[in-house]
Design a protein around this ligand. Structure first.
Ligand SMILES: Cc1ncc(CO)c(N)n1
Length: 229
């Protein structure tokens, strides 16, 4: 690409450019058949319960990942305000874990008996690789932003006007689909864009590959619930 065009793209924001470029995969992650079935009210209970149980395990692994991103932010000399955003995200995970426990109870799921499925193990493995001190902040924050944004976009779709989401699933959708969570995702996106703007070509490539990897893992994660259809 021409240098000037490259510079222009950076001004818009690298993440926006990438989402346009990889729109098909992004839609695959945010408009998955499971999400569509929640939105149109055709979802079956078993699928939802599988997702809930598996996501509880994922979120438990997500906490140390976010902690590792926090450490990376602190080590960056010019992390203007990043720490507050990441710390806020971490703090809300405490409430999220409690919510999973209450919700699992409602659906008669015993969380201590949940066994992680392969797709979940693979995704947690990706998180673990990013926890390494060798993993760059830029790459980790890009992953962090993408992980949260897929859930925000997915669940927001289930509470848009015209959606027929069953009332017993509304709370789940609001948890990630609400505006405050959207603002938080926007803050993560701003951090990612700022990091990507200063990144070397090699780092940029790594971050883009990471984005694709996150999107693929998200699709596989939703797919786990299909075993029940
Ligand atoms: C699989 C998955 N992706 C993203 C999120 C958002 O935190 C989540 N809870 N689970």
């Amino acid at each position: 690409m021409e240098e000037k065009a490259k510079a222009e793209q950076k001004k818009i924001g690298m993440t926006e450019t990438w989402l346009k470029k990889h729109r098909l995969l992004y839609n695959g992650a945010t408009r998955h058949p499971l999400i569509i079935s929640i939105r149109d009210g055709t979802i079956n209970t078993a699928s939802f319960k599988t997702w809930l149980a598996q996501d509880y395990l994922f979120v438990r692994a997500f906490v140390p990942f976010v902690a590792s991103v926090l450490i990376k932010a602190w080590k960056e000399s010019d992390c203007s305000g990043d720490m507050e955003v990441i710390l806020g995200g971490m703090a809300s995970l405490e409430d999220e874990i409690s919510w999973f426990k209450t919700e699992a109870n409602k659906w008669g799921i015993s969380l201590s008996d949940v066994v992680p499925q392969q797709a979940n193990k693979n995704y947690c493995g990706l998180l673990e690789s990013l926890m390494s001190p060798d993993a760059e902040y830029t790459v980790a924050i890009t992953a962090f932003w993408a992980i949260e944004t897929v859930y925000q976009e997915s669940f927001a779709h289930c509470i848009e006007e015209g959606s027929k989401t069953p009332p017993e699933l509304k709370e789940t959708c609001v948890r990630w689909g609400n505006e405050a969570f959207g603002k938080y995702c926007q803050s993560l996106q701003n951090i990612a864009n700022r990091c990507l703007q200063k990144a070397s070509d090699e780092e940029l490539k790594k971050a883009e590959v990471m984005l694709l990897s996150v999107l693929e893992h998200e699709v596989e994660f939703w797919n786990m619930s299909r075993g029940n259809v």
